[in-house]
Ligand binder design. Structure first.
Ligand SMILES: NC(=O)c1ccc[n+]([C@@H]2O[C@H](COP(=O)([O-])OP(=O)(O)OC[C@H]3O[C@@H](n4cnc5c(N)ncnc54)[C@H](O)[C@@H]3O)[C@@H](O)[C@H]2O)c1
Length: 443
């Protein structure tokens, strides 16, 4: 295969564990030749894994991108509100770019990115990884084949597991809309993108309701719960959100381990990295995790955090063809996964996309026949989506791939829907999407 060189901007969880690892495990003809990362420990870890000399390590993206072009493409995996400046600079410097989602945290910045990419003639691909899974590709192909007839209604649920909600959206990086983005963008731009792609229809009307129902001070089980789980909390043992329970005892994953047939006392640190890997820069030793719980954000009581993003939201939509859609997003699921039901004039499709189970069932109205599709389950990595995305990006760079599925223009629609949903939720309005789109995109 054609050899490719990449530079990484942001050697955090995604940069190191997903994109860096892909080069090490899946593509011997892929080489990282530079990294930009301000946290010295993370920079050194990435440099060590990829044999990067000191002069290929940068403390920020600016000096890396001001060098003469040193790679075929750049991957940008900084935090949500740090995507735009390096992406614009990388396009300007002549790089093709793989950019994490959401591409930006304001609609103006999203459109600026799309325009800059189109002006530059470079590829700006957004990491909507779920389009690259076998499961969602199969759902897309069934709907687009016409097998369901005309789709009349689509119900899509994003069931975020309670421990994932607590980790990312209560204690972690995406807990505040002003520091990252509203949850409907940060978490659900994937799902809004899938709905748009699967149906192939644009939304014309949209409304939304949603609240932060649970993770608030007034919902604490007792008024005297301390600021940290490790500060002698009186209800720690009976709290599903206990930080030691999640990060040291792996409680949320015990049912899954049982389902996989692992012994009751199996050491799950052997097979699970996320979210433990985010606590101490990838150091998974018990003493490092314990210290992180005592000192860092992930040991905080979920009722004593400074979070403000919702833990449940519903978006209702109608498309140009008259199809109605309800999208549910919530952070109180027993397990992580998406469930969906699509009813057409000739058949009904049910889908279940969970960590250990994936199944699509199609019930034909005329014959009563039921077809079951069971895509192969791949643990972690978004059900194979992370690898699929990288493979597609690299194939395009090598000149042999199909047109990219999730370039910035294609990804823009889901971001538009997310911003509109947030506006509808906050203002209690119904949004005319044609007018919204025309204003946002300038006609
Ligand atoms: N595609 C997906 O399914 C998916 C899943 C999870 C997260 N994400 C997105 O990926 C992005 C990264 O998430 P993460 O969990 O890896 O975050 P992270 O915080 O672990 O990593 C971001 C890294 O960027 C570094 N950084 C900050 N300023 C920088 C600068 N000036 N130059 C270079 N690097 C800089 C930070 O130090 C940090 O190490 C986010 O936008 C997130 O929303 C996408």
């Amino acid at each position: 295969m054609k050899k490719l060189k990449l530079a990484l901007i942001g050697a955090g969880q995604r940069g190191t564990d997903v994109y860096g690892r892909y080069a090490l495990e899946y593509d011997p003809d892929l080489e990282f030749v530079a990294v930009a990362e301000p946290v010295a420990e993370r920079r050194a870890r990435f440099a060590g894994q990829h044999d990067l000399p000191p002069d290929a390590q940068y403390a920020s993206w600016e000096p890396l991108l001001s060098q003469p072009r040193l790679a075929d493409a750049v991957i940008i995996a900084t935090q949500d509100n740090q995507h735009v400046a390096p992406a614009l600079a990388a396009l300007e410097a002549g790089y093709d770019v793989l950019l994490e989602k959401p591409m930006a945290t304001t609609l103006e910045d999203c459109t600026a990115l799309v325009r800059a990419a189109e002006r530059s003639g470079r590829l700006l691909q957004i990491c909507h990884v779920l389009r690259y899974t076998d499961f969602f590709r199969a759902v897309h192909d069934v709907v687009q084949s016409g097998r369901l007839g005309d789709v009349v209604t689509y119900e899509h649920r994003e069931n975020v597991a309670y421990y994932h909600m607590a980790h990312s959206f209560v204690r972690g990086n995406w807990r505040r809309a002003d520091q990252s983005s509203p949850m409907i963008l940060a978490k659900s731009c994937h799902d809004l993108d899938l709905i748009y792609w699967i149906l192939g229809e644009r939304v014309t009307r949209l409304s939304s309701v949603g609240t932060l129902r649970h993770f608030r001070a007034d919902q604490a089980p007792r008024p005297d719960v301390p600021a940290r789980c490790t500060d002698g909390c009186p209800v720690e043992a009976s709290c599903p959100f206990s930080a030691p329970g999640i990060y040291l005892d792996y409680r949320p994953w015990r049912p899954m381990a049982r389902e996989m047939g692992l012994p009751e006392n199996y050491d799950l640190s052997q097979v699970l990295e996320w979210p433990m890997s985010t606590l101490a820069n990838g150091d998974l030793r018990r003493e490092s995790i314990r210290r992180a719980l005592e000192e860092g954000p992930y040991g905080r009581c979920v009722y004593r955090c400074d979070n403000d993003v919702v833990d449940n939201q519903i978006v209702t939509m109608q498309t140009e063809a008259g199809t109605t859609i309800s999208f549910f997003m919530h952070g109180h699921s027993h397990e992580e996964g998406r469930t969906l039901r699509i009813d057409g004039t000739r058949a009904t499709l049910f889908g279940e996309f969970m960590l250990l189970r994936q199944e699509i069932r199609i019930h034909d109205h005329l014959t009563g026949a039921v077809e079951v599709i069971r895509p192969e389950v791949r643990l972690g990595a978004h059900g194979g989506g992370d690898q699929g995305l990288m493979a597609a990006f690299l194939a395009t760079l090598r000149g042999g791939g199909q047109a990219p599925l999730t370039d910035a223009r294609a990804a823009l629609e889901s971001h538009l829907l997310a911003f509109a949903a947030e506006q509808a939720r906050v203002e209690g309005t119904v949004i005319d999407m044609e007018a919204y789109r025309a204003t946002a995109l300038g006609g």
